[in-house]
Each structure stands twice: as C-alpha cells, then as structure tokens.
Ligand binder design. Sequence first.
Ligand SMILES: [Zn+2]
Length: 395
Amino acid sequence: MIGEWIRNVPPLCFENARIVDAERGETRGTLRIARGRIDGMNVKPQRGDTRFDLRDALVLPGLMNAHDHLELNNFPRWKNRSCYTNAREWAMEGNARLDGDAEIVRARAVPLKERLFNSGLKNLLSGATTVAHHNPRHAPLREKHFPVRVVARYGWSHSLYLAPEFARAYRKTPRDAPYMIHLAEGTDADAQRELPQLDAAGALRDNTVLIHGVGLTQAQRARAIETRAALVWCPSSNFFLLNETARVRDFSDARLLAIGSDSRLTGERDLLDELRVARATHQISDDALLRAVTSDAARILRVRDVGRMERGMRADLVILPNTFRSAADALGKISRADLCAVIVNGQVRVADSEFEALMPNAARIRCDEREKILARDLAERYAQFTLREAGLELL
Ligand SMILES: [Zn+2]
C-alpha cells in the first residue's frame, strides 16, 4: 500500500471546486489537503498553502475497483465458445490452454512484478485509486510506491468449485475484514446451488463479498441481503462469458453493491468502461452507481478512510471536467483520457498538463491520443519494464 512519503509537501488548496460526496451531494467551494488527507472543506487557504483554481471542475473520492485480478491484465480477452452456462466450464478450458497457447504462454512469461505494476497503472489511469485484488497479496502490492492502494486486509477463496476448503478460508478471515469469493457465476442449476452451500457452511455473513452472482434467484438475493452479505457486480465480464448479468437492484437498495472491472481476461479495459456497461443496463440510478464505486464500496471492503469527502479521509481524489452536470452524470460517459487529474495521498499522479504546477518533474505522456503528465517515479518504472499498456506512451 502507498505509504505517506509526502510529509514535507505544503498543504494544497483547491479553489472553486465542485466537491462531490455520494452521500451528501455536491457543494461548491474550497478543498484543503494536508499531509495526504482532506484537511477541510470551505476553509480559508492559509499562508504557505499552494493554491490551485479548479474553475468549477468536479472533485470526488478516488473510485474503488472492488474486483480485479492484478496479475492477469496483460492476458488476452479469451473464450473458446460464444457463451457458457457456467464460468467453471470456461475455467477448465482455460486451464487446459495454459501451456499450449502461445499468447497465454507469452503473457505468463512476463515477470509478476511488471504485470502487477501495469495493472496498478491501468487502475490509476481510470481513476480507481483503491483496488480489491482477488488473489494472494503478492509482495509488490505492499510496496509503498505501488501506483494505487490495494485492500490490505481480506480473506478469499476463488470459488466453490476451485476451492472446496472455502469454509476454512472464511473462518480464517477476521470478522471485520471482507471475505471474497466468486459465487453463482453461471446461469445453470449448478450456479443456483452455490449460495445454499455457502450458507450451510456458515460462510454467508455480513463480511462475505459475493462476486458476480449472476445465477442468484430472487429468494437467494433476499437471503444474502438478510445476512448483509454484499455483491460485487462485474457486468462486462458476465456479458462476455454468460451473455447475461446479475440483477443488482435489491443489493443496491440495501447499500450492499460494489462494482469491479475484473481482469482483462474477461472484462473491459478498466473501471470507467465497466461503468459504461453497468449504466447501459438501466438497473440502478446514476447516483447509485456513484455510491457503488465510492462510499458503499469503501464500507463493503472495510477501508475506512477512503470513499467519502470528509475531514481526515485520505486525499485520494479524481477530478472531472467542469462540463458535466454532475459526477453521477459523468460516470458511464467518460473514459480515462477525459479525467483531469487523479490524486493519491494528496499527490497528483496523472493529470492534464494544466496541473503541471502541482507536479514538479512530471513526465509527458500520451494517453489515448491525449497529452497528459505522469508522476516521474511512475514514468521511470514504466520505462524500465518491457510490458506496454495499450494507448499509453512516454513522450
Ligand atoms: Zn475474482
């Protein structure tokens, strides 16, 4: 996780900001950041502060990507049939190809450290400043200069079919940490049998985070909500594999819905593209989508100091152009090149060139045909590695 390497940076005051909190709505004014955290809203700049006029741009909490597999984003989007009835069939076919498919062999040969770093960049570029990684917490994910915050306390199993010992994994997870598992990732009878199995094993509780949930029946959704288990919705991955997605309205109404991009093995490029797919299903309101990638996600993933615009919260922020009616209106319409700036721990990490005054020594990049600037330390590591992010170029 990103450390606090910014203690000596002077406080930063964003003026003329439209400050967006998914629970409270939008306010206009000043946002002061000090020591990597939100220090106050609508406070007067103090002597020594760096002042920056946002000209009515929208500032919201950095987005939370509630489901990714950070070692798999350099793999090709892959399937063997047009549609599956259960992700288990896809997983079995994929396993059989691990050593035989040249493209997959090449992707696996890239060192893990590079793959993880590029996945960090993938998320950062899309404004996802916190990511829930569904797999072991590899050492590079704990490094203080990893591009984004990775949820540190969690338990996990892959799925009932790949992890028959799931109940033990659940019991080993602290009660105040999320336990993540793929569940009902299918449209067949097998998918419908999974939730009762999880429940019978005592692993369906208020820290359980169900991923996908496409095959859940209405009664099963009600049972999950009764226990306060949450759902992570990954619609593009679902449509790609199953030609269908989860019904999420009741989880959203119960404030138990988060959204994940999944890896590019099955999902869209990043969380913003995922939000476009989510929005197009018209299942929940734009405001509910915003909550699902900020405040509700933070609560579900038990990351207590992100996801809200409040004093003391981490200054992990996304700045959106002033041309949108609201932040909720922008989500589902914007792509990563449209973001004005992404800030982690109070530090601008990638931005439009207007933010140059806040990014000494930034490197110039081209991101999807738009010129931007990237923090020097990230650009240097990107340059050292061989793995390339499509659409990202150092100038
Ligand atoms: Zn997963």
